[in-house]
Write a protein that binds this ligand. Structure first.
Ligand SMILES: Cc1cc2nc3c(=O)[nH]c(=O)nc-3n(C[C@H](O)[C@H](O)[C@H](O)COP(=O)(O)O)c2cc1C
Length: 195
């Protein structure tokens, strides 16, 4: 797939088919993540790729707690749109039925004064993963909800002992609905200028 096609076809997918992602495809996608640029070439990411039924069940238990913790905030933010609150909490609890969940941690517990650079580099790797997955016909959704709900330490204890903080999470799988039928959120005006 052409890179521009991947950029424009990528959508946040919150509903997945009950269908596994082929192991070789998954490896290619994660490898593509590691080819992102990184500040002073630190390559400061660690990805825990969760796809066994047992570990996904564990994840769902933790996501149930994430959903409960962020619900009051969502209710305030989307006071006039209760359906957004319902859809978001349903997605978070179930992970949309995704057969793969990727947790992005800092590789090391301490990067001293380089924390911002480290997070930016991990974000670059995460975007590589989203685009590579789109190129393979897969859907993804980036989530910071587990970070906001402060379950990072718990996740680190299970999936990333000795590594650094949780930075984000990605759900991945084959989209339940055709991506072309999804209405993309409109892009806002005034977000760039040429000089
Ligand atoms: C840093 C970041 C955090 C996000 N966190 C969440 C989240 O916790 N839950 C969720 O459902 N979507 C989350 N999203 C997805 C955004 O809601 C989505 O990208 C945005 O609405 C634009 O839609 P699109 O991705 O389909 O273009 C996040 C995206 C980013 C980049």
């Amino acid at each position: 797939m052409d890179i521009f096609e991947a950029v424009y076809q990528r959508r946040s997918i919150r509903n997945y088919k009950d269908m596994p992602v082929e192991e070789n495809i998954l490896e290619e996608i994660i490898e593509a993540g590691t080819w992102a640029p990184s500040g002073v070439n630190l390559q400061p990411w660690f990805f825990a790729v969760i796809r066994s039924k047992e570990q996904l069940t564990k994840m769902k238990e933790i996501m149930e707690c994430v959903s409960k913790r962020i619900e009051p905030d969502l209710k305030k933010r989307f006071e006039k749109h209760p359906s957004v609150v319902d859809d978001t909490t349903r997605f978070i609890k179930s992970m949309g039925g995704a057969p793969v969940c990727i947790l992005a941690f800092r590789m090391k517990p301490d990067y001293a004064d380089k924390a911002d650079m480290v997070n930016l580099s991990i974000a670059a790797a995460m975007e590589n993963i989203l685009l590579a997955a789109t190129g393979k016909g897969l859907g993804t959704c980036w989530l910071t909800a587990p970070v906001e709900a402060e379950v990072g330490q718990e996740l680190k204890n299970i999936f990333a002992t000795g590594k650094g903080e949780l930075v984000g999470m990605i759900t991945m799988g084959y989209p339940a609905d055709s991506v072309k039928t999804l209405k993309p959120p409109l892009r806002k005006e005034g977000r760039y200028e040429f000089f």
